[in-house]
Each structure stands twice: as structure tokens, then as C-alpha cells.
Design a protein around this ligand. Structure first.
Ligand SMILES: [Zn+2]
Length: 284
């Protein structure tokens, strides 16, 4: 029997999003008064966790966003002014139970999108929550606006059995991770992988393959994890983006995952898809 490869942290079944109900305001209002309905509890701009790392749910008060069904129970969320970024949220994400991670990501991105996109991008008038929170409608120009998803490529480049990893200046000491960058308008995922690796590390790549994806709720990215083969090991590092980038052997990556004090770098945290990409590379 073969073991299934590790899945990225923010992936999983999540809720039944019940898209068919979203257009029906009467049904949504009735759901909010259902005795089984629950609303997500927030604390200091992030979903609050209990001692087991699970999300905390309370009786609904002002549930503007309908997240979906957990079995028969409707789940709602208020619009919060989310100010946390990934760096301040990492300690909380370290405690977060994997089963609640997809819902944590959805609630955080959706709530923040509403708090930061209150006005119609077409005419500037205040827009209103629509479809249970899965869009906003402008009643002046009739435009409908949808929560944004920003595609990001994150990739491992390989050359003769070694992997390219880099570090950004804000990483904790010793941390190295996969290189990444936003997909630009008019680009394929493959073109973005190729461009980012050339811009940040000066390498040309071929054989670009998709591995796995993961939502990243800071604020609303969708990370596309990829692998590619570098044509040479010679680097030209863009020091405005990266503090350093280096090639690491399989033994060195394995040592980092064992938390070996002699390991030449510290592996990315569990919430980062870079960790999944490295685990899958080690397992291959
Ligand atoms: Zn408008």
C-alpha cells in the first residue's frame, strides 16, 4: 500500500458552501435564526481558537456572511476589520487544527475583503453585501463585485539533485523557503514560474510541473506550488527581493525536517505550502 502524499495545510473539505441558497435572502435570514446556527468568534482581528486549536462558535448576533453548512448546522461570520498579516498570525496558525484551517482561511479572506472593499470600484458609491457575502452589489450602477483571489506561484527549482531555496530579509534567523511571486495579468502559471525564477535568481528553467495549491489568507492569495528543472546552477540573486538564495542537497533538506541542530537551514512552518512542496520532494 502506498501512503498518500502530504496535503497543504489550508486544503481540505471545509464546509458545504451551499451556493444555491446564496441568492435567496429569505432562506438566509431563516437560517440565521435556526437553533443550530453558529457565528465565528473573533479576537483582535483574527478568528479565536480554543485550547485544541479549533475555531470557536457562538450564537449568531449580526451574521452578514454565510460561510456554509457544517453537516446540518449553518455557519456565519461577521465582517471584521482584519489588520493581522501573516507574520503576526504565524503563532496562531501554529496552534490551528488542520481540520479547521480551510474555514479559517475562507473566513479571514472573505471578512477582510468586505471591510476593505466597501465602495463600488465602478462608480464609487457604497455597495451592499450580496449573495450571503459572496459578492457585493452596487445599487447605483448595478455592478456586482466578487471577493478577489490573487494567484501566486511558489516553486522549487532543481538542479542535479539539489534544490534552490531563498530567504527574504524578514524571515526568522536561518529560515529558507521556496521562491514565490504574483502571477501577472496575461500570464500563464508556467510563464510566471519561469519569469520569477529568472528575475529573483537569474536561472532559466524547463519542465515546469504543477504539484499542489493552497489558499493563503494574507490577504487573499491562491498559491500554486510547482517544480521546475534549472538549466544551470549559476545564480544571479536579486538582492532587492532576496537576502540570499542557495542550492541544498537532499541530505541537507532532510536534516532541516528532522530539526537537526547541524542542519544548514530551518524548514518553513506547517502552514506554508513550501513545507508541503519540500516534504513531497523528500518523499519522491
Ligand atoms: Zn457602482
Amino acid at each position: 500500500m502506498t501512503e498518500s502524499p502530504p496535503e497543504p495545510f489550508f486544503s481540505g473539505p471545509g464546509l458545504d458552501r451551499a451556493d444555491a441558497l446564496r441568492a435567496d435572502d429569505c432562506s438566509l435570514r431563516a437560517l440565521a435564526t435556526n437553533p443550530a446556527a453558529r457565528e465565528l468568534k473573533w479576537r483582535e482581528g483574527l478568528p479565536e481558537l480554543d485550547a485544541e486549536g479549533r475555531l470557536i462558535w457562538t450564537a449568531p448576533s449580526d451574521p452578514q456572511l454565510f460561510l456554509g453548512f457544517d453537516g446540518e448546522a449553518p455557519r456565519f461570520c461577521a465582517i471584521e476589520d482584519v489588520t493581522a498579516d501573516a507574520r503576526t498570525a504565524f503563532p496562531l496558525m501554529a496552534q490551528l487544527h488542520a481540520a479547521d484551517a480551510p474555514l479559517f482561511a475562507a473566513a479571514l479572506s472573505l471578512s477582510r475583503w468586505h471591510s476593505r472593499h466597501r465602495f463600488c470600484a465602478n462608480c464609487g458609491i457604497l455597495s451592499e453585501v450580496n449573495r450571503g457575502g459572496w459578492s457585493r452589489r452596487c445599487f447605483s450602477c448595478n455592478a456586482e463585485h466578487y471577493p478577489r483571489v490573487d494567484p501566486v506561484v511558489i516553486m522549487l527549482a532543481e538542479h542535479e539533485g539539489r534544490l534552490l531555496l531563498g530567504r527574504q530579509p524578514h524571515y526568522p534567523p536561518g529560515r529558507y523557503s521556496a521562491l514565490a511571486g504574483f502571477v501577472e495579468v496575461g500570464e500563464t502559471l508556467e510563464a510566471a514560474v519561469s519569469r520569477e525564477l529568472y528575475e529573483e535568481a537569474g536561472i532559466h528553467v524547463r519542465n515546469i510541473r504543477y504539484v499542489a495549491s493552497q489558499p493563503w489568507p494574507f490577504p487573499s492569495s491562491l498559491m500554486f506550488g510547482c517544480r521546475a528543472e534549472a538549466e544551470s546552477a549559476e545564480l544571479a540573486i536579486d538582492k532587492t527581493e532576496l537576502e540570499d538564495a542557495r542550492w541544498f542537497t537532499r541530505d541537507e533538506v532532510a536534516a532541516a525536517f528532522r530539526d537537526d541542530p547541524e542542519a544548514p537551514f530551518q524548514a518553513p512552518p506547517k502552514a506554508a505550502i513550501a513545507r508541503t512542496l519540500l516534504e513531497r520532494w523528500l518523499g519522491a
